[in-house]
Ligand binder design. Structure first.
Ligand code: SF4
Length: 209
């Protein structure tokens, strides 16, 4: 399903099944793998911009307060062919949920600036841990960078977004079952908030991925 969400004021689009993480707590990716076509998050194929736009045009925008680019995968994997052209066309407040890997996926670009110029208002970036070691245990990134580099690149991307005038939140999931991480590597909310306070970026706690 491309467009989803029960609240007409906050519709969301799901634009890819792909992700550069494999988080231990990711219900979305688990649903995609387990239920395939039965999951409403599952996309039978990666949609084209035209397919996404056709679905978006069915939304009653007179009721929309904020439009979300989110879904079961990582939206920036479809940056050029869907995210940026979609943002340029939308005339409502927009928000995106991302794993924050953009500066590693596109190392020669200033993605935050491009998102701002295309019209993005808000972004939620999943940092999920207060240090690199915990981050890789929880999020199991599939990137050719060291844990420290990955963590710093996510923080760098968050600062880029904030400095480009996008309202930025760093998020963490607070309801992870301890057995998923052998009772270890649970995020420490207080330590996480110390980091976000230092960065002057708002923390958002999630109860699901
Ligand atoms: S970053 Fe999001 S979509 Fe990707 S595996 Fe983690 S929770 Fe799932």
């Amino acid at each position: 399903m491309i467009v989803y969400g029960d609240n007409e004021a906050y519709p969301s689009v799901n634009i890819t099944n792909g992700c550069t993480n494999n988080c231990v707590f990711c219900n979305l990716q688990k649903q995609v793998k387990k239920y395939k076509e039965k999951s409403w998050f599952y996309l039978e194929k990666e949609p084209s911009f035209e397919e996404v736009w056709n679905e978006v045009q069915k939304i009653d925008f007179s009721k929309v307060k904020e439009f979300w680019i989110a879904g079961a995968g990582e939206p920036t994997l479809r940056l050029d062919d869907i995210v940026l052209p979609l943002l340029r066309k939308l005339e409502v407040r927009t928000s995106m949920i991302t794993n924050g890997h953009a500066n590693m996926i596109y190392p020669d670009r200033n993605v935050a600036k491009e998102l701002k110029q295309a019209g993005l208002h808000d972004i939620e970036i999943s940092l999920n841990a207060e240090n690199p070691e915990k981050y890789v245990k929880l999020c199991r990134p599939r990137l050719n960078y060291s844990p420290e580099e990955i963590y710093l690149k996510i923080v760098e991307f968050a600062c880029d977004c904030k400095n480009n005038g996008i309202y930025t939140r760093l998020t963490l999931v607070t309801c992870i079952s301890p057995e998923l991480v052998d009772g270890k590597f649970m995020p420490d909310v207080d330590e996480f908030e110390k980091i976000t306070e230092e960065l002057e970026i708002t923390t958002k706690k999630r109860v699901f991925a």
